[in-house]
Design a protein around this ligand. Structure first.
Ligand SMILES: [Zn+2]
Length: 265
């Protein structure tokens, strides 16, 4: 049976009807946590807390490959992922939601491919996020009257520290919209598996501040978590409302992501 994967904070656990927790091991090691299998609106789902339910795995240590491989082993073909993000522009305000359509990788030393042994493949990342799921999520956010932005380029930094003011200004000037620490390589690894990946960001802060607006102070993690906590119920409503439409036969072509990309004969 196919399942929809959900990756996010442990608050999503309560969305599942009759959950059963399973321990999964992969050739890349154990995923971030045990995986909860259950149903949402009669659809089969597998939920994985990215930072463990104790929130003891920092962004640079998340076992991204094991997480995606574990979900794949549970027959997950589509992933809905939620993330806290900092805003790099004044019109993307805290409390608003964004749908990622592009990423920029500024992390380092993260294992970011399944194609690093005996096989050469160059998978296109031109469009990393599933267009069909983004459209469904947009309709859902509109239906629930949650303010959101249809597009967002997310720059992913290694963390766990936040940006300096100069870094934040640099990212803003590049035209990146939001900043986060976990989108890379999560989305890339899902794409390499031909999965659909939806990245929903919840804006929690303005990163290191906004240029020309001294009243906005740089982000602190306690304040970021407070804003995230206030919006978690909305995020759960969005995810719940996406079912059962996300479970219907995909109309996108994410499953063909590997077509023409493997070079090894
Ligand atoms: Zn897709």
């Amino acid at each position: 049976m196919e399942r929809i994967g959900i990756i996010g904070g442990s608050g999503f656990y309560s969305l599942l009807e009759s959950p059963e927790v399973v321990e999964v091991d992969t050739k890349f090691g154990k995923p971030s946590d045990k995986i909860a299998l259950g149903k949402i609106n009669n659809c089969d789902v597998a939920f994985l807390p990215r930072h463990n339910s104790k929130h003891n795995i920092p962004p640079q240590k998340v076992p991204y490959k094991a997480n995606i491989a574990a979900l794949e082993s549970l027959n997950v073909k589509r992933i809905i992922a939620t993330n806290a993000v900092g805003s790099l522009r004044p019109d993307y305000a805290p409390g608003e939601f964004v749908l990622f359509d592009q990423f920029v990788n500024m992390t380092n030393n993260r294992e970011d491919t399944f194609f690093d042994e005996n096989i050469v493949a160059h998978v296109s990342m031109a469009d990393p996020y599933c267009s069909e799921l983004r459209e469904l999520a947009g309709k859902t956010l509109e239906k629930l009257s949650i303010p959101y932005h249809k597009t967002a380029s997310v720059v992913v930094i290694n963390g766990p520290r936040f940006s300096s003011k100069a870094e934040s200004k640099f990212f803003s000037k590049q035209g990146f919209d939001v900043i986060n620490m976990t989108q890379y390589p999560e989305v890339v690894l899902a794409k390499e598996k031909g999965m659909c990946y939806l990245g929903i960001g919840i804006v929690t802060d303005y990163d290191a501040g906004l240029e020309g607006n001294p009243e906005i102070k740089p982000v602190r993690s306690d304040e970021m978590l407070a804003v995230f906590g206030k919006n978690i119920e909305k995020a759960k409503d969005v995810v719940k409302e996406l079912f059962p439409s996300v479970y219907e036969k995909p109309k996108c072509n994410c499953v063909d992501s590997l077509d023409g990309s493997i070079i090894t004969k």
